[in-house]
Design a protein around this ligand. Structure first.
Ligand SMILES: CSC[C@@H](O)[C@@H](O)C(=O)COP(=O)(O)O
Ligand SMILES: [Zn+2]
Length: 258
């Protein structure tokens, strides 16, 4: 075992990842990633998920088979300790597993937790997400920065936005910003944060030729929004193949009074 560094207890705070509760974040991250692997979201070590419970953030290691992770592989970070740290680039972990590095997605997950008070953030390399960014790219500069779709029932699976109650309606337009990929994952952070400022109500950001980051106020919302989005991305790819538009002009119908 590696010797403890600053902020770590001598026992590496192993109690933070030991629980019989399947909903404990240290159990949930591995079980969610095993499910996501079956959907093709986190294959070949790409993608992942992170959970925040109050001040504590639970993170996966980097470069591991995400579907085979164990609770003992999980990192734990305190947001307060991180905020108080003199160096924002250096992470202060309460627990770090031996023989691993933390996920390269860590600063992006932290952006969702600190800027949107998210409780969970999921990163997928879904083919459908990547294909949507390629279809947008093919539309040329100026038309490639947003994915927009309306008049599809599954849009109702999304919250209205940050600190807003209720979900989008059938006739609302779902807008997901697209940022360009970078050679190093951490360099995506400033572009993801920029997108959060420009689109304050978004729960997701597409990364061109890479995948998507999706968050929610809790695990349930992050997971169902990620599922709804993947459904819509797949539908959009098939619609494009059939030459069907993503945006349509359908007037809301009012039920007839008897
Ligand atoms: C297949 S490598 C993918 C990584 O570069 C990154 O994009 C990713 O999604 C996972 O990074 P990781 O550090 O393994 O959690
Ligand atoms: Zn990735």
């Amino acid at each position: 075992m590696t010797p403890p560094t600053d902020g770590q207890a001598a026992d590496n705070n192993d109690h933070l990842v030991r629980s019989d509760n399947p909903d404990h974040p240290a159990n949930l991250i591995p079980s969610l990633c095993a499910k996501f692997w079956k959907l093709g979201w986190v294959t070949g070590t790409g993608g992942g998920a992170s959970i925040r419970e109050d001040d504590l953030v639970y993170l996966a290691p980097s470069g591991v088979q995400k579907e085979l992770m164990k609770p003992s592989d999980i990192y734990v970070l305190s947001l307060t300790a991180q905020a108080q740290s003199l160096s924002q680039r250096q992470r202060v972990y309460l627990r770090r597993p031996a023989a691993h590095k933390p996920s390269q997605c860590t600063p992006l997950f932290l952006a969702a937790f600190t800027r949107r008070r998210a409780g969970c953030c999921i990163h997928t390399h879904s083919h459908w997400a990547v294909l949507v960014t390629l279809l947008l790219e093919a539309q040329g500069p100026g038309n490639d920065r947003e994915f927009r779709i309306n008049n599809i029932e599954q849009i109702k699976g999304f919250g209205r936005g940050f600190e807003k109650s209720g979900n989008l309606g059938y006739h609302d337009t779902l807008v997901i910003p697209v940022i360009e990929n970078t050679a190093h994952e951490e360099d995506l952070t400033e572009f993801l944060e920029e997108a959060m400022v420009k689109y304050p109500d978004t729960y997701a950001v597409l990364v061109r030729r890479h995948g998507v980051y999706v968050w929610g106020e809790n695990v349930h919302k992050a997971k169902t929004q990620c599922e709804s989005l993947d459904y819509l991305f797949q539908l959009a790819v098939e619609m494009k193949r059939l030459n069907l538009p993503w945006i349509t002009d359908i007037e809301p119908t009012t039920p007839k009074k008897s």
